[in-house]
Design a protein around this ligand. Structure first.
Ligand code: ATP
Ligand code: MG
Length: 193
């Protein structure tokens, strides 16, 4: 089994995330990609409840046989560090080859992550390209240990989606339709955050 672990705050999940996961699965021959919704990311303040973000990931991943919405971080108390998540993933899927997928932007501050050197022992690291971030300018330690994947660029972020909703602008074709409906139904992102 080759399993992709794709972590994020997914506030909300958008088409950039789905393309990154799909291209990774395709190019690396992954059997599945686990979308791991971050419960309490150490470096970020998040207003949207983790359960709501996870529910949107469920809606977004339901139509793709390769995708799974994971509760790996949600059912775990305390702050969530990637290194702990990967250790738990190793316990959950012993014998599987793990690929930890992030956008290139994640590597710009990776030295501030907990036990960065341990990450590369626990999983094969993968960096997908992201407009505005140079995949070649990542920390030298990681440059040699990360698989860079050039993918078609979506210049899109959850921050942009939240701002659009707050301004009453359309997010059609930027998030899956079901996620658009979920946002409206639950009145998410009505004010800037
Ligand atoms: P925010 O603006 O709230 O930070 P985001 O769009 O960056 O949201 P995250 O949940 O922070 O989304 O990201 C989860 C993962 O997806 C990260 O590894 C990030 O690099 C990657 N990612 C997000 N958007 C894109 C994109 N448009 N192209 C490639 N990778 C992306
Ligand atoms: Mg981000």
């Amino acid at each position: 089994m080759k399993i992709g672990i794709f972590g994020g705050s997914f506030d909300p999940v958008h088409v950039g995330h789905l393309l990154a996961a799909s291209e990774s699965a395709d190019r690396l021959g992954l059997d599945e990609v686990q979308f791991v919704t971050a419960a309490r990311p150490p470096h970020k303040r998040i207003a949207t409840p983790a359960e709501a973000r996870h529910e949107m990931v469920v809606l977004a991943t339901i139509g793709d046989l390769r995708f799974r919405a994971s509760r790996l971080e949600l059912d775990h108390a305390g702050p969530t560090f990637t290194v702990d998540t990967l250790r738990r993933a190793r316990g959950l899927w012993p014998g599987a080859e793990l690929y930890f997928i992030t956008g290139a932007d994640a590597y710009h501050d990776i030295s501030t992550w907990r036990e960065p050197e341990a990450l590369v022992e626990l999983a094969q690291m993968v960096a997908v390209s992201r407009p505005g971030y140079d995949i070649k300018r990542i920390d030298p330690f990681f440059r040699e240990r990360v698989i860079p994947l050039e993918i078609p660029g979506y210049e899109l972020s959850s921050t942009e989606i939240r701002a659009r909703v707050a301004e009453g602008r359309s997010v059609r074709y930027l998030v899956p339709y079901e996620v658009e409906v979920y946002i409206a139904k639950h009145g998410l992102y009505q004010s800037h955050s």
